[in-house]
Design a protein around this ligand. Sequence first.
Ligand code: ADP
Ligand code: MG
Length: 255
Amino acid sequence: MSKTGQLQIDGLKVAIGKKDIIKGLNLKIKSGEMHIIMGPNGSGKSTLLNALMGHPGYVVTAGKVLLDGKDILGLTPDKRAKMGLFLAFQYPREIQGVTFGNFLRLAANAVGKAKDKNSKPYGPMDFYPVIKGRLEAMKLDSNFIGRGLNEGFSGGEKKRAEIVQMGILKPRFAMLDEIDSGLDIDALKVAAKGIQDVFKTDKPGMLIITHYERILKHLTPDFIHVMADGKIVKSGGVELAKRLEKEGYDKFIGL
Ligand code: ADP
Ligand code: MG
């Protein structure tokens, strides 16, 4: 039984302060699989992803998270990133004084070095064409390279900038939190194409949170999960997303 190429979550419980939010969650994601989580607001979807990434505000009170068989729960977020975990935030933070280009170049160099000690770090000049191509694919101007990280980016631009990051960092497991929220129809197509391209090219495991069935038309998910009150209450194939869109969540919760 090979344990490599999978992110395994067993009996996970997560609290914020004294409040239990994730209440015993099991999920296994293999490399090359795309999993979608849908569910009502407040069910703990963002809490799950933040806890998996190692955000210090989210306290794991029970359970295990194994990345390629290795327990990651004691590791800081940057160590998890170096092991190939990536999170595109629901609300990407604005950071002043760090340009998008430098931030991403240094992140790519850190992750590259963790993968291969002898890898040659990008200098600003050789990184330029790499990031420029990714920006173009996401219909973002090359002046984003010199702008503060997420600073003054519109909601949709922030989301597409997260996809630029994912494309360059090439994570083994990518988690995307409401990547389609705040995108108009055209931007949604661009974003979905970017996600699908990374999925097909790099074959990471993917965990995508969305409220909308419409993005799934552009993606090739293997599994749909419904989350409610800190647990996965139902799992199925793409047809489940269609039923959710038509019938709403109520029917699936309390099953
Ligand atoms: P979802 O992403 O599914 O909408 P969240 O994970 O954001 O849900 O939130 C789950 C629950 O945790 C909600 O009841 C929310 O109010 C609560 N919560 C989230 N963040 C915090 C926080 N920083 N402090 C206290 N409660 C929080
Ligand atoms: Mg959320």
